[in-house]
Design a protein around this ligand. Structure first.
Ligand SMILES: Nc1ncnc2c1ncn2[C@@H]1O[C@H](COP(=O)(O)OP(=O)(O)OP(=O)(O)O)[C@@H](O)[C@H]1O
Ligand SMILES: [Mg+2]
Length: 342
């Protein structure tokens, strides 16, 4: 696999305002029995905080059902948070006016897992790309055409004239995902949320799509949230990695320090399967670690990982939720094993 790494354009600095900041974000789904009696809540996102800076990719990893897509959709405004605050460029999003919200939507592009499902089947490439421009007030047709042409060239759907009249089903999977990326980029956003953007594509086009995202990031200084099951790509594609477990982020690290020294016992188990530096050894973490993921309706007391953890401290991990401890200056981990290193 070719190296996807490019120089980080901007290192997150202390004075820099994060493009996105989320604080104690919760998204719960109410479950009703027979459509009437409340049976409980699925706590799909249960207290998540982080900052995302312009020009960086943060990969989010964690096994199925841990809340990754819920986090993505909450950020995109597709789910309303139950609790917590989101700030876009320092502004509290709960205080957004209609205009602010419209501007936010233009500033955040969404790249979905299933490109065909994400594209309207009865619209041509031109219509798909023109619609967001019309909605966002680009009245001049020549301006719209110019922007559509530029974005199609950027995602390498060229010659542009050949693609404009096509419908999504006339494109290959890789071309459909390029079109989804073009639609995400058409309004020149500051941020992209990519939820498993290559997992449904043939292995042969996965690298090309990731390279395309990386190139766009570099050129436009984008911030990207990259959600993936494929741990072999995160080392090439992200500046930082967050590990999610049971609807929480349990470890936040720079990519280098995480791959050198994963701290949380869950992250250690997750990355053990891909410790081979040979990227051809494409492993996902479906089979590790052993044991069942926690119930999100009735999560375990204390650390949510304790029932599966070989390093569990009785009377502590099973009783008290660990706060975030800073280790080595670059890693934040929610695990009692690191308490004394605070
Ligand atoms: N609209 C919803 N209503 C009720 N429960 C939901 C809803 N959306 C997600 N969930 C539940 O929330 C939990 C987290 O789901 P989510 O899709 O965020 O997980 P994920 O980490 O993206 O998983 P995957 O890796 O399989 O995509 C799951 O238990 C899921 O069943
Ligand atoms: Mg998901």
């Amino acid at each position: 696999m070719p190296n996807l790494a490019v120089e980080l354009q901007q290192t997150p600095g202390e004075q820099e305002t994060p493009v996105l900041k989320v604080e104690n974000l919760h998204t719960w789904f109410e479950i009703r029995r027979m459509g009437f009696f409340k049976a409980g809540d699925v706590r799909a996102l249960d207290g998540v905080s982080f900052e995302l800076y312009q020009g960086e990719t943060v990969s989010i990893v964690g096994e199925s059902g841990c809340g990754k897509s819920t986090l993505a959709k909450t950020i995109l405004g597709l789910h309303r948070p139950t609790k917590g605050v989101m700030y876009f460029e320092g502004k509290d999003m709960s205080e957004f006016t209609k205009e602010d919200l419209k501007a936010y939507r233009a500033n955040v592009g969404y790249v979905q897992q299933d490109p065909y499902g994400a594209l309207p089947p009865f619209m041509t490439v031109r219509r798909i790309l023109e619609e967001p421009l019309i909605i966002n007030g680009v009245k001049d047709k020549a301006k719209r055409d110019k922007r559509i042409k530029a974005v199609l060239e950027e995602v390498k759907l060229a010659p542009v004239e050949d693609f404009l009249p096509k419908f999504p089903h006339m494109l290959s999977g890789g071309q459909q995902q390029r079109l989804v990326i073009a639609r995400a980029m058409i309004l020149e956003p500051k941020m992209l949320v990519a939820d498993e953007p290559v997992s449904m594509l043939d292995a042969s086009v996965r690298v090309e799509i990731l390279q395309l995202l990386r190139r766009l990031q570099k050129k436009h200084n984008l911030a990207i949230i990259y959600i993936t099951h494929d741990l072999s790509t995160v080392r090439y594609f992200s500046e930082r990695i967050f590990t999610m477990y049971g609807a929480k982020i349990i470890e936040k690290s720079t990519t280098e320090s995480l791959l050198d020294n994963p701290l949380h016992p869950y992250t250690q188990a997750l990355f053990k399967a891909t410790s081979d530096p040979d990227a051809e050894n494409l492993k996902t973490y479906k089979e590790v670690p052993t044991g069942e993921p926690p119930s999100l309706m009735n999560p375990p007391k204390g650390c949510r990982f304790h029932p599966r953890c070989s390093k569990m401290i009785k009377g502590k991990c099973d009783q008290f939720e660990p706060p975030e401890f800073q280790v080595n200056g670059e890693q934040l981990v929610s695990c009692w094993l690191y308490e004394e290193k605070k």
